[in-house]
Design a protein around this ligand. Structure first.
Ligand SMILES: Nc1ncnc2c1ncn2[C@@H]1O[C@H](COP(=O)(O)OP(=O)(O)OP(=O)(O)O)[C@@H](O)[C@H]1O
Ligand SMILES: [Mg+2]
Length: 436
């Protein structure tokens, strides 16, 4: 007798869900990404008990047609691509047609939605992936999805959840990452009835950084804007003083998608090499844009990893983008040599307004500022730069840096030379310090 059977749809979905949905934060990521794909300008994420018992994501996006509602929880059901070649021009966060099917199969879910064109909305309730009801509903334009009792029918998964506060912090991090990537969308995050984050949605990245990280970080940034060979990089990097003890504050995005990539982190850190002590990691919020033809996003079910076609080009882009920004910043400071440390206003990048009336409800969470440096007795003070001259050896500009060094036991000036050329592409990156 045959021992091999084809699993029923629901069991297959629950297994597939394991790849995409690890914890409440994964649900929030998938739901909010759907809202972004739907063109929302306002997204509210609300959780209770770290999202384990309750998650609600509300948007003012395009909405879902009543006839389409029950398809949303089918596996491989998507409105975003039609064939594999469509990935080459992908403009949306989603494309697998799997997220809602996965979430539905491991929770009690309710989708309420209305398009602008239809006069009434509709609501679909499911339990463990099975439809419980589908009915018309009065609701505003857009979509609200409620996910209750995550993993209630997969105890093995449930067991691995951490305590509510830890899960809540993962959700918070997820919302922050999305908010930074989309300054044109106003994000709200409410935890156990309390507002935690509200970004302005005014298309200004600096205002959004201010809302997420607070004043201290927002006032210690250097703008980055650089293009090369079909790639561009923009955003902000932190002045060396706000470097952190791990890489968790490196926010890098590829065409609006938060990614983790060894080459990008390495290139960023190479640019800071002479400016940071060991085991200090730069803060950054960097947006890389290029044609989807230059990378493959279909590497990982959670889409956190991508494969670049030309890793050297990406390394150079990030390295030179950040190196130029750091150099430019130092040069600007040196022009004021002999004067006092520039005021915050003077340091503010041209064209970027001080965030005004930012609805920042957030406490200064991640803004601990530099941690005490125990490694050195010395404190660096405004380095002054000589005009660049070209070196025959490196064929690149060489800057002589005068650093005034003062410390508890010492005070002197030293000179060192910095070459404008980067070293060869390093093949080893220190292992990322990730949260569990
Ligand atoms: N908030 C929303 N607003 C409008 N349409 C939505 C929303 N959420 C889901 N949809 C519709 O439901 C479909 C299924 O969503 P689902 O997240 O499962 O798949 P996807 O986004 O297409 O791909 P992926 O699995 O990669 O996320 C989407 O293609 C979209 O048409
Ligand atoms: Mg999706």
């Amino acid at each position: 007798m045959s021992k091999i059977v084809i699993l029923d749809e629901n069991t297959a979905s629950q297994i597939a869900a394991g790849e995409v949905i690890e914890r409440p934060a994964s649900v929030v990521k998938e739901l909010a990404e759907n809202s972004i794909d739907a063109g929302a300008t306002q997204i509210t994420v609300e959780i209770r008990n770290g999202g384990i018992s309750y998650i609600r994501v509300t948007d003012n996006g395009s909405g879902i047609e009543e006839d389409d509602l029950e398809f949303t929880i089918e596996r491989h059901a998507t409105s975003k691509i039609r064939r594999i070649e469509d990935l080459d021009g992908l403009a949306t966060m989603g494309f697998r047609g799997e997220a809602l099917a996965s979430i539905a199969s491991i929770s009690r879910m309710e989708i309420t939605s209305k398009t602008r064109e239809s006069s009434t909305g509709s609501s679909l309730k499911t339990e463990g992936g099975r439809i419980v009801s589908l009915a018309q509903a009065g609701c505003p334009d857009g979509t609200t999805i409620i996910v209750r009792d995550l993993f209630y029918n997969t105890p093995a998964r449930y067991k691995f959840l951490k305590k509510d506060s830890t899960e809540a912090s993962y959700v918070s991090e997820t919302v922050e990452r999305l908010a930074l990537a989309y300054p044109g969308i106003s994000f709200r995050f409410i935890q156990n009835g309390q507002a935690q984050l509200h970004t302005p949605g005014n298309h200004d990245l600096l205002s959004t950084i201010y809302s997420v990280f607070g004043k201290e970080t927002a006032s210690s940034l250097i703008p980055v804007d650089y293009k090369s060979d079909g790639y561009s990089i923009s955003g902000f990097i932190g002045r060396p003083e706000i470097a952190r003890g791990n890489r968790n504050s490196q926010y890098m995005y590829l065409n609006g998608r938060y990614i983790r990539n060894r080459i990008l982190s390495k290139a960023l850190e190479d640019a800071y090499k002479t400016r940071l002590m060991q085991n200090r990691f730069p803060f950054c919020v960097l947006m890389i844009r290029t044609s989807p033809l230059n990378y493959d996003v279909n590497v990982h079910p959670q889409k956190l990893e991508v494969r670049f076609a030309n890793e050297n080009a990406v390394h150079s882009l990030v390295y030179y983008g950040c190196e130029n920004a750091l150099m430019g910043q130092s040069m600007i400071r040196s022009f004021g040599s002999g004067q006092a440390e520039p005021t915050r206003e003077a340091r503010q990048p041209a064209g970027i307004a001080e965030p005004q009336a930012t609805p920042s409800i957030r406490k200064e969470k991640t803004i601990r500022g530099p941690e005490p440096r125990q490694e050195s007795l010395f404190e660096e003070k405004s380095p002054a730069f000589s005009l660049p001259r070209f070196s025959e050896k490196t064929a690149g500009p060489v800057f002589t840096v005068k650093e005034e060094i003062s410390g508890e036991r010492n005070s002197h000036t030293r000179e060192k030379k910095i070459s404008g050329e980067p070293g060869p592409l390093p093949d080893e990156a220190p292992a990322a310090e990730e949260k569990p």
